[in-house]
Design a protein around this ligand. Structure first.
Ligand code: 13P
Length: 261
């Protein structure tokens, strides 16, 4: 099997932080994360703060991501942002977050269009999947996760680059664990990744790709529980919501990832 998966910790700021507020947070992150090289760091501010944050990250190794985009490259789509617009500023884009699915009608099919469009312009999509509480309790986790991976990633080609890395990341975020303070256990999350997500990736793209894709866990991750996830065999980092808005917490999570390397 090829390359080792480099851990990645991404902060999804959601609809928090004005430009002024971002200018307060980012310098603290930059200071706290200087010389932390073993783990890849990404922050995903709202669109309005991307330019300002990009300027503050210049000369650092902290990556920048957007939280969404539309799939068309341009046109009369009032209020939308195109892949090439995102790619001018960012290397990453979060797609298919459960809040987009719940509040903005995104489906596996629309997520798939976005994933394809992101890859076409060279963006690295962070594709979010995860079952709801109802689905979990009804024993539908396997069916939901398999469908989200199969449909969300259908029709795409994935190949390791020269470093053995794959230009696509999956975030397993059980919906019941998002913003609830009730994180999944490390063991449960690892089982989903190892026994459902990677095998599905394997049927789509083969064993090597399935082994090399980084899969993050998301849902109530904080500095004090992060190690529980990072020490699991198949979890390669975290997609962090609330705790990414506080420098000390986010830095603590990244440091927990470093310790697991
Ligand atoms: P919380 O970390 O606030 O639970 O949010 C997780 C999330 O949705 C990240 O995308």
């Amino acid at each position: 099997m090829s390359g080792k998966r480099i851990p990645l910790v991404a902060g999804n700021w959601k609809m928090y932080k004005t430009i002024a507020e971002a200018r307060q947070l980012v310098p603290d992150l930059v200071r706290g994360l200087a010389n932390v090289e073993e783990v890849e760091k990404v922050i995903c501010p709202p669109f309005t703060a991307l330019m300002a944050v990009k300027a503050l990250l210049e000369g650092t190794d902290i990556g920048l991501g957007a939280q969404n985009m539309y799939w068309e490259s341009e046109g009369a789509f009032t209020g939308e942002i195109s892949p090439k617009m995102v790619a001018e500023l960012c290397r990453y884009v979060i797609l298919g977050h459960s809040e987009r699915r719940t509040y903005f009608g995104e489906t596996d099919e629309t997520v798939n269009r976005k994933v394809r469009a992101a890859l076409e312009v060279g963006l690295i999509p962070i594709v979010c999947i995860g079952e709801t509480l109802t689905e979990n309790e009804a024993g539908k986790t396997q069916a939901v996760i398999t469908r989200q991976v199969q449909v969300g990633l259908s029709g795409i080609q994935l190949q390791p680059d020269v470093t053995g890395g794959i230009p696509l990341i999956i975030a397993y975020e059980p919906v019941w664990a998002i913003g609830t303070g009730k994180a999944a256990t490390g063991e449960f999350a690892n089982q989903v990744v190892r026994d459902l997500i990677r095998p599905t990736l394997s049927t789509l793209f083969g064993d090597e790709v399935a082994h090399s894709v980084r899969v993050l866990y998301g849902g109530s991750v904080k500095a004090s529980n992060a190690a529980e996830f990072f020490t699991q065999s198949d979890i390669d980092g975290a997609l962090v919501g609330g705790a990414s808005l506080k420098a000390e917490e986010f830095i603590g999570i990244v440091k927990a990832a470093v310790e697991s390397v």
